[in-house]
Design a protein around this ligand. Structure first.
Ligand code: DP6
Length: 417
């Protein structure tokens, strides 16, 4: 008996223009367009295996090895329903010999290669991996460059419509490189999809440094936080109408021209406005903490002196619904930024920096002793060890990948390995 199974991986994306607010909470339609950078799956990814079998009694899901309840009418069911419909219409109704996978239950196992405890958003890569693996299982995908486009294939933009039903930001993880999620205006949501602005090869020197900030508090989730903002913030309305449309145009132009200064200016301004609308929510929502604000001060100071000394900015920071910072910079500046961050946020010896790009020749990086000319050392205090509990250095990356049998998370009997 044949085994119908597929395994894919999908990347994390970090927005430069933030999605914050829904105009339809069931279909997950946003109040504004957004734009993100896809990060490399070599460092951060979700991997998902889906298997369909006529003997499965129910649809089951395991996340990081633990079985989860599947809520009836919940996000996973909505994604699955759309994919089953595509499978039926595009394949089974046309070819009566095709196995009726759309009528069978499926088993799904998903795994993140980064600790959920790091507080990094996993819903984007998670729902993108789920969507792409079921699409591959149903023979709807066209991710592999070697396979020529099948008539049944769904484009990444079409699959982004499905991933969006799982989590808004997930629709942007269906592409590599720079990705826009166009808000659209139709009540059906069929025009609310992701498109690629530029592939990763367009600007391969763009790197990201994630500062994982120690924070015990469990904050307000994105889903409930953004709804409260929609209901109570007057500033959000200004952002939706006046600010985001202009910023989308300007950042797309900056990306096409590889104009880092403009890219950085818009990215930092948009992160700050997102946190301003969170503060403008009643009751207010705080996602950044004092460590986050110190990172802002250090990067702003670095950019200030760099602008004076060279006429250019060096880095952009952005924060999602939590205290972790993501710093975008060009490859040539990463080393300097790591050393600067480590000066203010010393690391425990027990927590070595993995140095995936071999910047430090096998040695552990230390906090810099030579600050750039004119840098005001007093912009932040030196924090106690472990305030930033780790640095993840990565770069711009590609979209979902179809993986081989060897990487499957389910055995032939449909149970997790
Ligand atoms: C701050 O996509 O997690 O990261 O659609 O309710 O699942 P839901 O929300 P989610 O929100 C992400 C918000 C953000 C900004 C962004 O990624 O654009």
């Amino acid at each position: 008996m044949a085994i119908y199974q597929a395994t894919t991986s999908a990347p994390v994306n970090i927005a430069c223009i933030k999605y914050w607010g829904k105009r339809d909470t069931t279909l997950i339609l946003p109040t504004n367009s957004s734009l993100s950078v896809t990060l490399s799956q070599d460092h951060l990814r979700s991997t998902t295996t889906s298997q369909a079998d006529p003997s499965f009694k129910e649809t089951r899901l395991w996340l990081n090895g633990k079985e989860e309840d599947i809520k009836s009418g919940g996000r996973l069911e909505r994604c699955l329903k759309e994919l089953k419909k595509m499978r039926k219409e595009r394949i089974e109704d046309k070819d009566h010999n095709a196995p009726k996978l759309s009528e069978w239950n499926i088993h799904v196992a998903s795994y993140n290669n980064f600790p959920t405890a790091a507080g990094l958003a996993s819903s984007a890569s998670g729902f993108a991996a789920l969507t792409s693996s079921i699409a591959a299982l149903y023979d709807l995908n066209n991710f592999s460059p070697s396979s020529s486009a099948k008539p049944s294939a769904a484009s990444p933009s079409e699959l982004s419509l499905v991933a969006r039903l799982g989590s808004g930001s997930a629709c942007r993880s269906l592409f590599g490189g720079f990705v826009a999620w166009e808000a659209g205006s139709l009540p059906s949501g069929t025009d609310s999809l992701a498109v690629q602005v530029a592939p990763q090869e367009h600007w391969p020197t763009l790197h990201a440094l994630i500062c994982v900030v120690n924070d015990a508090k469990k904050g307000t989730s994105s889903t409930s936080g953004m709804q409260r903002t929609v209901e109570t913030s007057a500033l959000l309305q200004h952002r939706i109408k006046e600010v985001v449309p202009q910023r989308m145009d300007a950042i797309i132009k900056a990306i096409k021209e590889k104009d880092f200064d403009t890219f950085a200016k818009i990215t930092t301004a948009d992160s700050n406005q997102f946190h301003a609308v969170a503060l403008d929510t009643a009751p207010p929502i705080f996602y950044m903490n004092d460590v986050s604000r110190s990172i802002i001060s250090i990067i702003e100071e670095l950019n200030r002196v760099s602008l004076l000394n060279t006429g250019h900015l060096v880095a952009a920071y952005t924060f999602d619904a939590g205290p972790n910072a993501v710093i975008y910079t060009e490859e040539k500046n990463v080393k300097q930024i790591i050393e600067l961050v480590l000066r203010y946020f010393p690391q425990a010896e027990s927590n070595p920096f993995p140095d995936p790009f071999q910047l430090f020749g096998g040695k552990q990086p230390a906090g810099t002793t030579t600050l750039p000319e004119g840098f005001n050392e007093g912009v932040a205090k030196v924090w106690e060890t472990g305030s930033v509990k780790g640095l993840i250095h990565t770069k711009i990356g590609d979209g979902p990948r179809v993986l081989g049998e060897g990487e499957a998370l389910l055995s032939s009997d449909g149970m997790p390995k």
